[in-house]
Design a protein around this ligand. Structure first.
Ligand SMILES: *Cc1c(COP(=O)(O)O)cnc(C)c1O
Length: 364
């Protein structure tokens, strides 16, 4: 088999051992004679898979009992609508922080349901930083405050959690954590709701993970479809209809892998080491540049440019030949982007850094 390191932003690399295990269990899961894909979602086999996945996730992050865990469909984008549908709770306004393309999509969707107050934006500097909380213009009548904890395209990560405690009662903080969930420790009690599409750090595309404080549930906007109602989904263990069973199974294997690795503290340290390897190189030469403010650099998605963009294609071609794939930057940013999620081994980042040094030396 060709050996590659896959730097795709998503769907992204999964742990090799997880894929290996899935392949071993593909035709016959634990002696059941069935593939997980063929199981009834209401049968004891699949129920045990879903329950273990939830248990392991709760254990990994430390999710308190008054939070529901939902495994839904429609990816992270479905949550752009489900959040206002479920969390407006009779109010008409919501605060959003605009730090890039994913925030903008969330804002656009929310505007179908409420008045959006953009409480802070980093658009003035091409979405290259995270606005500090003293710049946020929060509205007292907001139903919730939404931000994107890691902008996958821009490579901007909040290395701090907004503090809404002095806003008075029950203005919950909502975070789109699609591209940095499980990459660092998390105090769930600081949030009203956390959501994430699975295809970056969790598993197969299509699955959305939602962690929500239960007292926020129960009131939806008129016309909310049943499968988009968090309360109904919570009451039915995310099985109002058939859930994405195979995706849930793979996600469960990823959680087991994380626990075997030593949990979130251990993976965070590896993530810091991986990101430092790359940022140290970017900062040590004029040949490469990183557009993101130093304090707000993402550990997961690292965009960079070559000083001479005429070399971009040559860079990508040579990288590809070495098995360092999917490094082309998002079309809106240009240049390159290395996504180095939990499942990217440090050897992959080392191989990239070695290649980048050689490429720079050759073309200096
Ligand atoms: C990938 C991504 C999304 C969209 O996920 P889909 O599953 O394609 O809907 C939303 N937000 C962030 C931060 C992302 O990285």
């Amino acid at each position: 088999m060709t050996h590659i390191y896959n730097f795709s932003a998503g769907p992204a690399v999964l742990p090799k051992s997880v894929l290996q295990r899935a392949s071993e269990e593909m035709l016959d899961w634990h002696g059941s004679g069935m593939s997980v894909m063929e199981m009834s979602h209401r049968g004891k086999e699949f129920i045990s898979i879903a329950e273990k996945a939830e248990y392991d996730l709760r254990d990994l992050i430390g999710i308190p009992q008054n939070y529901k865990v939902l495994f839904l469909q429609g990816g992270a984008s479905s949550q752009f609508a489900m959040v206002p549908m479920n969390l407006l709770r009779g109010k008409n306004d919501a605060d959003y922080i605009n730090t890039g393309q994913w925030s903008q999509k969330a804002i656009k969707e929310a505007k179908k349901y409420c008045t959006v107050n953009v409480a802070a934006s980093s658009e003035d500097r091409n979405f290259s930083y995270a606005p500090t909380q003293n710049e946020w213009q929060l509205s007292p009548n907001a139903a919730f405050v939404h931000y994107t904890s890691n902008e996958t395209i821009g490579g901007v990560e909040f290395n701090w959690v907004p503090d809404l405690t002095n806003l008075g009662d029950n203005i919950p903080l909502v975070a789109d954590m699609s591209s940095n969930i499980l990459s660092r420790p998390l105090d769930v009690t600081q949030f009203g709701l956390i959501y994430a599409g699975a295809q970056k750090n969790i598993g197969p595309a299509g699955l959305a993970l939602v962690i929500v404080r239960e007292d926020l549930l129960g009131i939806t906007v008129a016309g909310t479809p049943s499968i988009f109602d968090y309360q109904l989904q919570a009451d039915n263990h995310s099985m109002v209809n058939t859930p994405p069973t195979y995706a849930i199974y793979i996600m469960g294997l990823v959680f087991e892998w994380l626990k075997d690795m030593g949990g979130i503290d251990v993976i965070e340290q590896t993530n810091i080491n991986k990101a430092n390897l790359l940022y140290d190189l970017l900062d040590s030469t004029e040949f490469y540049q990183c557009p993101v403010a130093t304090a707000d650099r993402s550990r997961m998605n690292i965009p960079f440019t070559l000083s001479n963009p005429k070399l971009d294609n040559e860079f990508l071609k040579q990288a590809d030949n070495l098995g360092l794939i999917q490094l082309k930057g998002h079309r809106s940013v240009g240049g390159m982007r290395a996504s180095i999620y939990n499942a990217m081994p440090i050897a992959g980042v080392s191989a990239l850094v070695t290649f980048m040094k050689e490429f720079a030396a050759h073309h200096a």
